[in-house]
Design a protein around this ligand. Structure first.
Ligand code: DC
Length: 220
């Protein structure tokens, strides 16, 4: 099985790029952020505060996250409910960053992600894929861009979805999330030693996709 790991900060274009690479290579795309988002949605619905690690760890046993694919599109199921349309708000984004630092939350998803990669050719994106989830991936890419560019992309994406938002606020949220994701104790966002660093600030989506395919072809 071939595994490609894409890590990087919020809004670097990981999911857009990974989805396109998956299509070209006929791989399965696994969006691990969506899995953490589904769990965060559950905590929000239960009215649990992000600081309440004890309660969050306790209810992890009540959560089942699974993935289904329809025409190559990943659907995240939270206890059987498709929550794709509910997990992209800024509120869920922040709750996800706040709660994905807890060991119980990470343990819940780690084996699920590793099992997926054992049986299928996958391109998986997240924060700790190259460092923790798939340390033996055939190709690891650390994809990033300036915070201003990442905020601009997230802003356009949200607007396209019909979600009202503020550019300056998005950039602030992105910086706060990066800070939290990079500085947590377990599985922080960082470039794996053997990952290729790719700054997409001045590249088009197609250029980044082509670069990743080229890197994969070279290491296959
Ligand atoms: O990639 P994303 O923006 O959908 O991720 C949402 C949050 O989930 C992110 O702020 C940190 C967390 N996350 C994580 O801790 N580990 C991953 N592999 C993927 C996401």
């Amino acid at each position: 099985m071939y595994n490609i790991a894409i890590d990087g900060p919020a809004g670097a274009g990981k999911s857009t790029i990974a989805k396109m690479v998956a299509k070209k290579l006929d791989f399965i795309y696994v969006d691990t952020g969506a899995m953490y988002r589904a769990m965060a949605l559950y905590f929000l619905r239960q009215g649990i505060a992000p600081q309440d690690e004890e309660q969050i760890s306790k209810v992890c046993d009540d959560i089942q996250v699974s993935l289904e694919y329809e025409n190559g599109e990943q659907k995240v199921l939270l206890n059987g409910e498709n929550v794709n349309g509910l997990i992209r708000t800024e509120e869920v984004s922040m709750m996800t960053s706040d709660t994905s630092k807890y060991p119980a939350v990470r343990a819940k998803l780690l084996s699920l992600q590793q099992d997926l990669a054992k049986t299928k050719n996958v391109i998986m994106d997240g924060r700790d894929i190259g460092t923790c989830v798939l340390p033996n991936a055939d190709l690891k890419v650390y994809l990033t861009a300036s915070s201003a560019e990442r905020a601009r992309r997230r802003y356009l994406e949200q607007k396209e979805r019909g979600i009202d938002c503020d550019l300056a606020q998005i950039e602030q949220d992105i910086i706060a999330r990066d800070e939290q994701d990079m500085n947590r104790e377990i599985a922080p966002l960082k470039q794996a030693e053997d990952a290729v660093y790719l700054d997409s600030s001045d590249l088009t989506i197609d250029q980044v996709v082509d670069k990743i395919i080229e890197l994969f072809t070279a290491c296959k």
